[in-house]
Design a protein around this ligand. Structure first.
Ligand SMILES: O=C(O)CCC(=O)C(=O)O
Ligand SMILES: [Fe+2]
Length: 325
């Protein structure tokens, strides 16, 4: 099944595309309304078992919630869907799952100790590239774009995702020289042949972010309805929520029907994301580059954790319904 059709009129200006090619990200404002956001997030606090107005109930700093519902991006946020298609070379290249979003919210509540404290990018320890569920190659289709829809307003130091655009070239180069595949934490296959989830922290990524300090970090701030579209190799990290205004986003993956291609006869067929990858590698074409491993899936620990969380959330929602009835 193909994804939703490609919208006819472009939403990305030439300046947006140039911005993506230079920085690896673009922000599309006002892709959905506050009313839409309010409706889709209406049960978040019941699901969490916390109160938005009582910080004493905020039992965790950040929560990656499980999902209950999926909804069409084209219907919910047509502008975002158009932008996604334009960066990836058209809807026909996107697999069906990539045209839906889920209510798997990522909530950042901050901590009492972190309140009022600004933590710069090089001091964060959560740096990573998304895609904990597959063996990574330069052309991996599983996570073709990183999308961040904002379901709350996010001010500076308000826990917005921190981006590290300078790292894209280093991640791309690492993948180019490891066609045998690397783990989601970038360990070459020879050092982790079974590709099992590594217990080690995100040290490869965290060191990389420190190296990129001079190039600077970008905080994904904005208003409800804004949507960030990021290159799939964009290093990013959760940040400290100094404001302690609850921050809610999601990270819906977009996957492709076929891997990215960096060896196209017809240059006009490169997607914007492919052009950015090539640009970061300083090449116009990767002639003959091929993966030398299997495109394996990995089941991350996250899945088991979220299954348990989902059962707990359903219990809380049932409890609420009983109380109301
Ligand atoms: O919470 C954030 O700002 C980032 C979350 C994230 O990158 C992830 O869950 O993969
Ligand atoms: Fe992430």
């Amino acid at each position: 099944m193909a994804a939703e059709p490609h919208p006819s009129s472009p939403v990305l200006s030439e300046a947006d595309i140039q911005h993506f090619l230079s920085h690896g990200w673009v922000k599309l404002p006002a892709c959905f309304t506050r009313e839409q956001a309010a409706a889709i997030t209406s049960s978040v606090w019941t699901r969490l078992g916390m109160s938005p107005t009582d910080k004493a109930t905020w039992a965790a700093e950040r929560i990656n919630m499980p999902w209950h519902q999926t909804f069409s991006v084209a219907a919910f946020a047509p502008k975002a869907w158009a932008g996604i298609c334009e960066l990836l070379g058209g809807a026909a290249r996107i697999s069906a799952g990539g045209s839906t979003w889920r209510d798997s919210f990522i909530v950042n509540l901050g901590t009492p100790a972190g309140e009022g404290k600004t933590v710069p990018g090089e001091k964060l320890f959560g740096w990573h590239v998304d895609g904990d569920f597959f063996v990574h190659y330069l052309d991996s289709p599983e996570q073709a774009l990183l999308v961040i829809p904002l379901f709350t307003d996010i001010g500076p130091a308000g826990g917005g995702t921190m981006l590290c655009p300078g790292a894209i070239k280093r991640v791309a180069r690492h993948l180019e020289i490891h066609p045998e595949g690397v783990s989601p934490r970038m360990t070459p296959r020879a050092l982790n042949p079974s590709m099992e989830q590594e217990k080690t922290r995100l040290s490869w990524f965290n060191e990389l972010a420190k190296e990129c300090k001079e190039e600077g970090f970008v905080e994904a701030t904005g208003e409800v309805g804004d949507v960030y579209l990021l290159h799939p190799l964009m290093l990013h990290s959760a940040s400290n929520n100094a404001l302690r205004v609850p921050r809610i986003i999601t990270n819906p993956p977009v996957s492709l029907r076929e891997p990215f291609c960096f060896d196209r006869e017809d240059e006009s067929q490169y997607s914007v994301v492919e052009r950015k990858t090539l640009r970061e590698l300083g090449k116009s074409r990767l002639e003959g580059w091929k993966i030398q491993g299997v495109r394996d899936r990995i089941v991350p620990e996250r899945v088991r954790v979220q299954e348990r969380m989902k059962r707990e959330e359903l219990e809380r929602m049932k409890g609420l319904q009983t109380a109301v009835a």
